[in-house]
Design a protein around this ligand. Structure first.
Ligand code: SPV
Ligand code: MG
Length: 431
């Protein structure tokens, strides 16, 4: 009997999959690969059911001889082991981003004379509806909220991108790149106080009130499914902070990060150029503990941000605070630095990890941007936040366009670098 292989990256079996199986049966015995959680997250989206459930789902399809585990979106491992005579797939991989996968399979099969079968891709109303339903499920508060903790377990680092609107949310949600045969995308979103304020033309001094900040979260949540980390600045008064925790948790936000500053908060990247006061350890611990006490689920995380390096208080102070904040109940530590050289961040992580192997570490490499995610993961970092790069890339582009229109008294000169009208109107999917 000939061997026919196909790989499914799905939580629901629909007409498209059944069509592939029925075509495959015509050529031989059908082997189906199931992508692992790790591979599925990088390539497609967070699975709505567990890996074991996905295996059971496919085992139950009539005509499937065996289910195999595929660890990577590229087929090398499975093809080298199984040596299928055929690999069958929907013809949607003949072009676009998926083509690189088809090319990979073609190269692997060529070595021993295997063949590809492209079957017409099924995209009917039922398939569309199932797809939309899975997305809706991932967006629901109870599913979205816990996802950050799940991702910390599954990803070497949780890559987090700043968002401050529905549109920037869509970029974080949908941008997938293929580079050297590897697919990747962002795991989570950061609602930055700096960028949320900047988008409103306001300074980053806790001026934009919580109602407005929640409105931004709502805009983002309306059009995305990925988990949200909220920049809670100082958390405000403890008496107010407890209400913020409750609201965020109910909305389905996964984490709040609060920084150990007090009084009029200024952006950390100013460092000591402006007056910034660090909170006492005791008071900040009380705030963390109060937040943990009112929390209703195990999913929500309160992450304590240490400003000791920003305010030149030294490594010992940073480590002391980290210990105290974890003891007070913090679910994670964010260590910040405004130095270009990542040395002090690396040193902190190594020292902290010597005494605490589990508490997640968060970093925001805006100034120390030469260090890679892999290097940060190697010293124990769990979450990397790209906190302001979308805002900083959009602003100069928009300003230049405004200047050029004023200069040329028309818009023709700027048109070549703009997104086409057709693309902008089709950017947003209609229900
Ligand atoms: C933010 O993005 O608002 C932050 C990070 O708090 S930083 O601007 O680096 O302080
Ligand atoms: Mg901030």
């Amino acid at each position: 009997m000939k061997k026919v292989y196909t790989c499914f990256c799905t939580d629901v079996i629909h007409d498209g999959h059944l069509n592939i199986i029925s075509e495959a049966k015509k050529y031989g015995e059908v082997y189906v690969g199931v992508l692992t959680d790790e591979a599925m997250i990088r390539f497609n989206r967070f699975p709505a059911i567990s890996f074991e459930e996905r295996i059971a789902l496919i085992k139950n399809i009539e005509g499937v001889k065996e289910v195999l585990i595929q660890n990577d979106i590229m087929y090398d491992g499975v093809i080298n082991k199984l040596k299928p005579d055929y690999v069958i797939h929907g013809d949607n991989w003949l072009s676009g981003q998926l083509k690189v996968i088809r090319d990979n399979v073609e190269g692997l099969l060529k070595k021993y004379g295997g063949k590809i079968i492209d079957v017409p891709y099924t995209y009917n109303e039922r398939v569309k509806r199932i797809d939309a339903q899975i997305r809706e499920k991932l967006a629901m508060p109870e599913y979205r909220r816990k996802r950050l903790k799940q991702l910390i377990k599954l990803r070497p680092v949780v890559k987090t991108l700043e968002v401050h609107s529905g549109l920037t949310g869509l970029i974080a949600e949908k941008t997938v790149v293929e580079h050297n045969g590897e697919f990747d995308q962002f795991d989570a979103m950061w609602v930055s106080s700096l960028c949320d304020s900047t988008a409103k033309g306001k300074p980053d001094i806790e001026l934009v009130d919580m109602t407005s900040r929640f409105r931004t979260i709502d805009d983002v949540m309306e059009v995305t499914t990925k988990p949200i980390i909220f920049d809670g600045d100082t958390g405000g008064l403890t008496e107010h902070f407890v209400y913020t925790v409750r609201s965020l948790e109910r909305m389905g936000v996964s984490a709040i990060i609060i920084e150990d500053k007090t009084g009029l908060k200024k952006n950390s990247l100013f460092g000591n150029e402006v007056v910034q006061t660090q909170d006492t350890i005791e008071h900040f611990c009380e705030k963390i503990a109060a937040g943990k006490k009112v929390q209703l689920t195990d999913d929500f995380m309160i992450i304590a941000r240490i400003e000791s390096l920003i305010l030149d208080q030294g490594m010992d102070d940073a480590l002391n605070r980290a210990r105290a904040y974890v003891k007070a109940g913090a679910d994670g530590i964010m260590i910040h630095s405004r130095k270009k050289d990542p040395a002090e961040i690396v040193e902190f992580c190594k020292l902290f990890r010597k005494e605490d192997e589990i508490t997640p570490i968060v970093v925001v490499p805006s100034s120390f941007n030469s260090i890679t995610e892999g290097e940060l993961a190697a010293v124990g970092v769990n979450i990397v936040i790209y906190a302001n790069q979308l805002t900083r890339s959009a602003f100069p582009a928009m300003e230049q366009t405004a200047k050029d229109i004023l200069k040329y008294h028309r818009a023709q000169e700027v048109d070549a670098r703009l997104m086409s009208i057709k693309d902008i109107i089709s950017l947003i999917e209609e229900l």
